[in-house]
Design a protein around this ligand. Structure first.
Ligand code: PLP
Length: 440
């Protein structure tokens, strides 16, 4: 029995995996990852794979980056954990300063404060609660959120409420907050004027319900988990204007799009728009440790400060045991510094261009419906050909040394931001050959 097979047997006996149908799990022959370096993963049998999805969209500079590893080790030698409730620490403060300094600029408020959370979902959860409480503390409670069809903001119940991904979310609808779904400007099913359709829907929803809406939440520029549905920046500019006109907050969920993934530090920069709340996670620590954050505008933060004569506390009663864990903050700080030194965002933009060129012939292949890309965030949608076509393409790419994970029938390519030219070539060559194999 191979080392992988033996670990998989033990796994199947004891583990319940996320987003996984366990009736098919062992038959899918999962990779048992042993170690990683740069853009490469090795399994326990010594096979090497290119990490084509940055370990679920997290790795920025590659695995085992010396500066991040050293920063985490140094932090570990000094302070493993201290609570952020009633105490503070240098890594948490320095990271907040760094995030504020990097915050997007443009049409909208300055983002001046950082609230930490643990994962993307928990950042979204915090942002939703902040938005609702903000409405209550600045006028009157507005209990509704506006969300986009096909959106994915995480899997906790608040995040599910503002999601619009039927496969993941429909089963939980009876449990959820009140939200209003709006047509997505990335939805190809809306036809060629999907931007116009989505905009007029958003306008009519805000005209009808605006005084009840505490926030509009969107994934800016690309709906990632929906299959990399990219859309026109004009939608974000209009959402900014409509939110402000109706006294609602605008939330950009940059958990997937942030930290360089779209070839800019933030997807918001493509539109020149700043939201009132911005969530980030995934790549913030370079893919090392779980950490996320909500960047908040000063006017939002100020609504949470007590005033004389208040009858109820304005405190944001929210936070977690490991909020702002110093190891996570040290990893994030080292990642952001190294990204700056290595021009990771500029390199991501250039890598995206290269992927775009390499994928031109792939887009023209039989079986390929569409290639969608912004920066390094890439989705290659294949036509359904029997069961789980996207999965089978990824499986065939794996046989060629490239690890990918699909979203339905969209094969995602989201390599580390600093991937080299040879590795980018391998990524696309393996995908190309895998598509040929599946559609032969
Ligand atoms: C836009 C967006 N928001 C939130 C999340 C949830 O993040 P996490 O899985 O870290 O909770 C994701 C995850 O893919 C995401 O893409």
């Amino acid at each position: 029995m191979s080392a992988s097979a033996s670990w998989i047997a033990r796994d199947a006996a004891a583990v319940w995996h996320p987003f996984t149908q366990h009736a098919a799990w062992t038959a899918d022959d999962p990779v048992v990852v042993d170690r990683a370096e740069g853009p490469w993963l090795w399994d326990v049998d010594g096979r090497r794979y290119l990490d084509g999805v940055s370990s679920l969209w997290t790795t920025t500079l590659g695995h085992g980056h010396p500066a991040i590893s050293a920063a985490v080790a140094a932090q570990l030698a000094k302070l493993d954990h201290a609570t952020f409730l009633g105490a503070t620490h240098a890594p948490g403060i320095e990271l907040a300063e760094a995030l504020v300094a990097l915050a997007p600029e443009g049409d909208g408020p300055e983002l001046t404060k950082v609230f930490y959370a643990g994962d993307g979902s928990s950042a979204v959860e915090a942002a939703l609660k902040i938005a609702y409480q903000h409405s209550a503390q600045t006028g009157r409670p507005r209990p509704k959120f506006v969300r986009l069809d096909h959106a994915y903001h995480g899997d906790t119940l608040g995040a599910v409420a503002v999601g619009g991904h039927d496969l993941f979310h429909e089963a939980y609808r009876p449990l959820l907050l009140e939200t209003i779904g709006v047509a997505s400007p990335g939805d190809r099913a809306l036809g060629p004027d999907r931007l116009g359709t989505a905009l007029s829907h958003l306008r009519s929803v805000m005209d009808e319900h605006g005084d009840q809406v505490c926030a509009i939440i969107v994934e800016p520029m690309v709906q990632g988990a929906a299959g990399m549905l990219d859309y026109d920046a004009e939608f974000l500019r209009a959402a900014r204007r409509l939110a402000s006109a109706h006294g609602a907050l605008l939330i950009f969920d940059e958990v997937a799009t942030g930290i360089g993934r779209t070839g800019r530090m933030w997807a918001a920069e493509h539109a020149g728009v700043v939201p009132d709340l911005l969530t980030c996670g995934k790549g913030i620590t370079g893919g090392y440790l779980p950490l996320s954050a909500v960047l908040a505008a000063e006017h939002v933060y100020e609504a949470f400060l007590s005033r004389p004569g208040d009858t109820a506390p304005r405190t944001f009663f929210h936070g977690h045991t490991y909020t702002a864990n110093p190891l996570c903050c040290a990893a994030a700080l080292a990642n952001l510094r190294a990204m700056g030194e290595e021009d990771a965002v500029g390199r991501a933009a250039r890598l995206g261009e290269r992927l775009g060129k390499l994928l031109e012939p792939v887009a023209a292949k039989d079986g390929v419906v569409e290639v969608r890309r912004l920066g390094t965030m890439t989705g290659v949608e294949v036509a359904p050909a029997g069961d789980r076509t996207g999965f089978r393409v990824c499986r065939a790419a794996r046989d060629r040394g490239v690890w990918l994970r699909p979203l339905g029938d969209t094969v995602v390519l989201m390599p580390p931001l600093t991937l080299g030219d040879d590795e980018a070539d391998l990524l696309v060559e393996a995908l190309d050959a895998a598509i040929d194999e599946v559609f032969a």
